[in-house]
Write a protein that binds this ligand. Structure first.
Ligand SMILES: N[C@@H](CCC(=O)N[C@@H](CS)C(=O)NCC(=O)O)C(=O)O
Length: 202
């Protein structure tokens, strides 16, 4: 088994945090996205999307998509539960993880890709679209702040994959986007709590 990873990239970090929370250690191979190494014929045979992360299994299966890889480890290493503890909780965790993915992580990625000089050589940028996506992220963070008012974590009072998705997005906004954490007390309290977990170093 092997995880294809690129330390700088946010989606692989979601899987690394998930594995760290589970205490699972597997071999990791770096694929340099900046050098285009995920678009070689050899890598496209593993994942035709040319994207990371990818998990290579011992039977030759290649599993792509961060959440699918996390699902694999949730099934093979159930504890601690990061994707829900029973049917209803699994549905709630999925709801929150999709919200964090679709309403925070993806708009942030589009915002950064369309506004940062870092991405200029890699893609055609649409700065107005990027600015609108930044605004969508800011508004979603305000809403998240009120959602976190009466609970410790995003899907209730347990740390789940939804926290990981949001944590990676918020850290990317700060570290690559250079934007400070907004002055939102519940969001800050939640972020300090997830950042204090040993898995945050992954
Ligand atoms: N939906 C995919 C997105 C994967 C993705 O976009 N990965 C980025 C790194 S964060 C990547 O490999 N980009 C390089 C490319 O698409 O060429 C997932 O959740 O794993």
């Amino acid at each position: 088994m092997k995880l294809y990873d690129f330390t700088m990239a946010p989606n692989p970090r979601r899987v690394r945090i998930f594995l760290a929370e589970k205490g699972v250690k597997i071999p990791i191979e770096q694929v340099d996205l900046l050098a285009g190494k995920s678009h070689t014929a050899e890598f496209l045979a593993k994942n035709p999307s040319g994207a990371l992360p990818v998990l290579e299994l011992d039977d030759g299966t290649y599993l792509a998509e961060s959440v699918a890889i996390c699902r694999y480890f949730e099934e093979t290493h159930p504890e601690p539960r990061l994707m829900g503890i029973d049917g209803m909780d699994r549905a709630l965790v999925e709801m929150w993880n999709r919200r964090m993915e679709l309403e925070l992580f993806l708009p942030l990625a589009r915002a950064l890709q369309n506004t940062l000089p870092f991405f200029k050589a890699m893609m055609k940028q649409f700065p107005d679209y990027g600015a609108a996506q930044h605004e969508a992220v800011n508004q979603r963070m305000v809403r998240l702040d009120s959602e976190l008012k009466n609970r410790e974590f995003i899907s209730g009072n347990r740390f789940t994959i939804a926290d990981i998705t949001a944590q990676v997005a918020v850290d990317l906004r700060t570290n690559l986007g250079g934007m400070p954490m907004p002055d939102l007390p519940n969001l800050r309290r939640w972020h300090a709590s997830v950042s204090a977990r040993p898995s945050a170093k992954a």
